[in-house]
Design a protein. Structure first.
Length: 134
């Protein structure tokens, strides 16, 4: 039973940090996904991998990838105008003409119209530094 609780806590930590990790490293993102398939996942190991990813400088392509994944939560609900605005912001960011903060703000605006508790707890969107075990 304790292992089930540990795995559940690992998955909750991952859920909050997965897009933050993806914005830094798709390789570590995939490593964590694979690791969590193990029956005996450890919180400290998941946190260590999250910390490792966050030490890698963000790359515009990785950040765009993370926000494209996030867009998937809105694509069937958002209006055509909202889609165009989001994609324009994403393109501007990709080519160095926009900020990550602009993407975060636009995503938060979409969350007001189309609430999603999973995304609302994302450390990438909350603007928090990534969570720690402390």
């Amino acid at each position: 039973m304790e292992q089930t609780n540990q795995k559940s806590r690992c998955q909750q930590l991952w859920a909050r940090n997965k897009y933050l990790v993806l914005s830094h490293s798709s390789n570590i993102y995939n490593e964590i996904r694979q690791y969590l398939k193990n029956e005996e996942a450890e919180m400290s190991q998941v946190q260590e991998m999250i910390d490792s990813a966050c030490q890698i400088s963000e790359h515009r392509g990785q950040v765009c990838n993370a926000f494209q994944h996030i867009w998937g939560y809105f694509k069937k609900k958002a209006t055509d105008a909202e889609r165009k605005d989001y994609m324009l912001l994403l393109d501007r960011y990709r080519f160095g003409q926009g900020s990550k903060e602009g993407l975060i703000t636009k995503t938060r605006d979409l969350l007001e119209n189309y609430p999603n508790s999973y995304l609302q707890h994302s450390t990438l969107l909350k603007g928090d530094s990534h969570e720690t075990l402390a």
